[in-house]
Design a protein around this ligand. Structure first.
Ligand code: ADP
Length: 396
């Protein structure tokens, strides 16, 4: 290798090292190396240890034949050869082919890719119309394969760590959930038991107004308990994908207005304003979609008390978008990615009761409709929930 190539390699390695994302790092590795080693496409294949089939995990077209970027199938057989022979594979056009269009002739070079000490895949280069690969080119390709393996290993480590973090978080959430649910079940039960025992006392005569007050508390606490148990059952069914959905044409605008009327009957202090454009009916389960909005209302009442709520709705050619905005305290950015996880509650002082199931249920229901739900929030300004649902063939 000459001094010029060494300087080039040094510069490439420095640049690659700075890239955080593995794909961008690989792009840099291959594109910059073209100064010393010209090729048209490159792809990386890994072998599935169980099925032994090879799968393209990265493909990049830098020269001719750019369409090959999306479809890395061109190098699969060379990659399989590399894995079977455990060595570098060169596939040059045959004499017969050489008489055809020069630019259509593919020169392929497959290099083994070792992750740790295990032969895990292959790096395959393609060059249209030659020239053939020289020894320095093959050396450089081997070096790139070594470097690519290190980047893939780093990526796998990062993924494993993210997976571990997620499992640990789930376990912590489950623990929190047990204590939350114990508290959430005990509180209404305590009220129900206390007030019914009081009403049953032989030594006290309660006047009508007091009796009514006690019975109202018992009634409300029973509702709270029922809602809690329903949420738990429903989230379990949604989690195991056993909840039945009944789809029919639904007008989301009327559905939202109905839910609002129902909620404001119980919470007359709520101020809700609408900005609803004409929207087509969608194919959905009205009962479940109502539940989504009931949960959003219930959260707004709990976490953004006394706030004005704004519900907006409009449709594009293929989507219906609903936004549900409050002007509450907001949610710190770092917690937003977890909001829709099962049992997740934003950490902090626990003045408001809850189970962390509401938004999980909302997300599952919306996803069952092939839609998406997410939240944006600005501290001290408020939180907005966004829902997008596909508008399409409603069967009308
Ligand atoms: P729960 O209300 O039972 O805790 P959810 O799944 O409905 O569970 O909500 C998850 C968390 O998201 C809540 O604990 C709360 O911290 C936060 N949250 C939800 N809605 C809002 C809102 N409108 N404003 C601020 N925080 C919210």
């Amino acid at each position: 290798m000459d001094a010029k190539t060494l300087t080039l390699l040094h510069d490439i390695f420095q640049e690659v090292q700075q890239k955080r994302d593995w794909k961008t790092a690989l792009d840099t590795l291959f594109v910059s190396a073209r100064g010393a080693f010209v090729f048209d496409n490159v792809a990386i294949y890994l072998e599935d240890p169980k099925t032994k089939s090879v799968e393209g995990i990265y493909a990049r077209a830098v020269g001719r034949g750019k369409t090959a970027e999306a479809d890395a199938a061109w190098g699969e057989s060379v990659a399989s050869d590399v894995l079977a022979k455990k060595q570098i594979v060169l596939k040059q056009p045959t004499q017969l082919e050489k008489n055809s269009d020069r630019l259509a002739l593919a020169h392929l070079l497959g290099v083994p890719l070792y992750i740790g000490s295990r032969l895990s895949g292959a790096l395959v280069f393609i060059r249209f119309g030659g020239p053939s690969y020289s020894d320095p080119h093959i050396q450089l390709a081997s070096l790139q394969s070594f470097w690519a393996a290190a980047l893939i290993e780093r990526k796998e480590l990062q993924e494993a760590r993210a997976e571990l973090d997620s499992v640990q978080r789930q376990m912590r959430l489950q623990d929190d959930f047990v204590s939350t649910i114990t508290h959430e079940l005990r509180t209404p039960l305590g009220f129900i038991k206390g007030y019914s025992t009081s009403l049953l006392r032989q030594d006290t005569i309660w006047d009508d107004a007091t009796q009514r007050e006690f019975l109202t508390i018992i009634d409300e606490e029973t509702d709270r308990l029922t809602k809690l148990i329903e949420d738990m059952l429903e989230s379990a069914r949604l989690h195991s994908k056993t909840l039945q959905f009944k789809f029919s044409p639904v007008r989301v605008d009327s559905l939202v207005r109905d839910v609002t009327t129902r909620i404001t009957t119980h919470h007359p202090q709520l101020r809700v304003s609408f900005d609803i454009q004409p929207i087509p009916p969608i194919h959905g389960d009205g009962k479940r979609l109502s539940q989504v909005f009931e949960n959003l209302f219930s959260n707004a009442i709990k976490y953004a008390p006394d706030s004005q709520l704004t519900i907006a709705m409009y449709a594009t050619a293929d989507k219906l978008r609903v936004t549900f905005a409050d002007k509450g305290e907001g949610i710190p950015q770092e917690y937003l990615p977890f909001l829709f996880e099962r049992f997740y509650r934003v950490p902090g002082e626990r003045t408001v009761t809850g189970t962390g199931l509401g938004l999980y249920i909302c997300k599952q229901i919306i996803e069952e409709h092939h839609g998406t739900i997410w939240a944006e929030s600005v501290l001290g300004v408020g939180t907005t929930f966004f829902i997008e649902l596909p508008v399409g063939d409603t069967g009308l």
